[in-house]
Design a protein around this ligand. Structure first.
Ligand code: PBG
Length: 429
């Protein structure tokens, strides 16, 4: 029995799916309306069969009495036996005897069994919805990230390649790269960001060489390359310079595209960067490279563990003059309208779970695909709660991802991508 979550191009056998019982409430276990997708030939064949039997050419199997004899027997009162209706299950002693409530709607009827629940499940989730963020560094070894249990700075030539192979094996074929840049290569203008032989372009070339069909998203922002730890160039009075930063971001995006990136993702929140990047890509012949814009990226404390992972904390101040105020809702629409007009292919909301209303807002107001980023702090909280045995890590993980889908996210950037896809495949690690 195939499940709808595997409609996509997952290459693993769907029979494994049935073994995964733990998330029965989170995903449908019945086949999607197959009939809708029946090839026309099959339908025609079926109607032909009906006509053949109507014309008397069909061969009915002989088991005993003929249909006419069975009908005659029942009409004569000789009704064959079938199991009796089971007695009403007993309630525990002491249960009050009451008049049933007179309700004409009891929503619990549509939740009464796994089959019924699966039939009426409104949202599905599949490994194809995940984008796996991966941290890379120049080293040979994989270094654990203290604030993100289970995440590593992966050696770009070894650990990374293995991690991508594992992800692909469970149907996750999209990744986004975040580099840990050597301190010595950082400067105030973040020029290492567009070094064609820098860590990210080199890694893209290596991955595309091994896995040509892998979809590689990149981060476009100066912070990993900036000696100030900001996403843009900082003036001496502390102002983040918008248009000069956009100039650098265009060079960064083109360099990533040249290496083979499929989707460049500006996460910097400068004004006008989507249109400028689009023009720069097109001018270099990269019409087919997509832009996923971090449309509504909030100045959030949930990014703490990520900044530890990349050692990219701002050296002073905060990011509140470019990232959005967490108190604001309507402002997300202003950003979304600009990004749409400037040619973004995907709109991203970040963080994820605390910002479900923003995901829903953009889903309702824009026809573009929506991405949600379940950020480092969200990941680490679930991991920590699990380690302390305060919550069931796996179930909370799957629920949080399903809720992001329900709110309207098409794709989810999540550090859980491999773990969650493994669960969806029914192979517990
Ligand atoms: C930087 C960037 C950040 C994240 C993604 N890209 C950090 C920041 O804006 O300070 C955060 C991701 C996470 O916390 O998981 N451009």
């Amino acid at each position: 029995m195939a499940t709808p979550i595997f409609n996509a191009s997952c290459s693993f056998p769907s029979s494994k799916v049935i073994d995964c019982k733990s998330y029965i409430g989170l995903r449908s276990t019945v086949t999607k309306p197959r009939i809708a997708s029946l090839p026309i030939a099959t339908c025609q064949r079926r109607s032909l069969v009906i006509r053949a039997s109507e014309s008397g050419n069909g061969h009915a199997k002989k088991l005993g009495m003929s249909d006419a004899e069975c009908e005659a027997a029942v009409a004569a009162g000789n009704v064959p036996e079938a199991p009796p209706v089971p007695p009403k299950p007993a309630a525990p002693a002491g249960t009050p005897i009451i008049q049933p409530l007179n309700l004409n709607r009891r929503p619990r009827r549509n939740r009464a069994s796994p089959t019924v629940r699966a039939a009426f499940q409104e949202t599905d989730i599949s490994p194809a919805n995940f984008v796996y963020p991966l941290f890379i560094h120049e080293g040979e070894e994989d270094t654990p990230i203290g604030a993100m249990p289970g995440c590593y700075r992966l050696g770009w030539r070894h650990g990374l390649v293995q991690e991508v192979a594992k992800a692909r094996a469970v149907g996750v074929n999209s990744i986004v790269l975040f580099p840990k840049v050597p301190e010595a290569l950082k400067n105030p203008t973040g020029d290492e960001a567009y070094n064609d032989n820098g860590l990210v372009p080199r890694t893209i070339r290596l991955l595309k060489d091994k896995y040509p069909d892998l979809i590689i998203y990149t981060d476009v922002a100066l912070d990993p390359y900036s000696s100030d730890g900001h996403d843009g160039i900082v003036r001496e009075d502390g102002v983040i310079m918008n248009d000069e930063t956009v100039h650098q971001l265009c060079k960064q995006a083109v360099s990533q595209a040249r290496a083979g990136a499929d989707v460049v993702s500006p996460s910097d929140m400068m004004d006008g960067r989507v249109g400028a990047i689009r023009a720069a890509l097109d001018a270099e012949g990269f019409q087919n490279v997509s832009i996923m814009s971090y449309t509504a990226k909030y100045a959030s404390s949930f990014y703490g563990p990520f900044r530890e992972a990349l050692d990219s904390n701002p050296r002073f101040g905060d990011k509140k003059t470019y990232q959005m105020n967490p108190a604001n809702y309507r402002e997300a629409l202003i950003e979304a309208r600009e990004d749409e007009a400037e040619g973004a292919d995907i709109l991203l909301v970040k963080p994820g779970l605390p910002y479900l209303d923003i995901i829903r807002l953009l889903r309702d107001k824009s026809p573009l695909p929506i991405a949600a980023y379940q950020v480092s702090g969200e990941y680490s909280m679930i991991k920590a709660g699990g380690v302390l045995k305060m919550i069931d890590e796996e179930k909370v993980m799957m629920e949080s991802l399903m809720c992001l889908r329900r709110a309207g996210a098409d794709i989810i950037l999540t550090y859980f991508a491999l773990q969650a896809a493994t669960c969806l495949c029914g192979e517990k690690r």
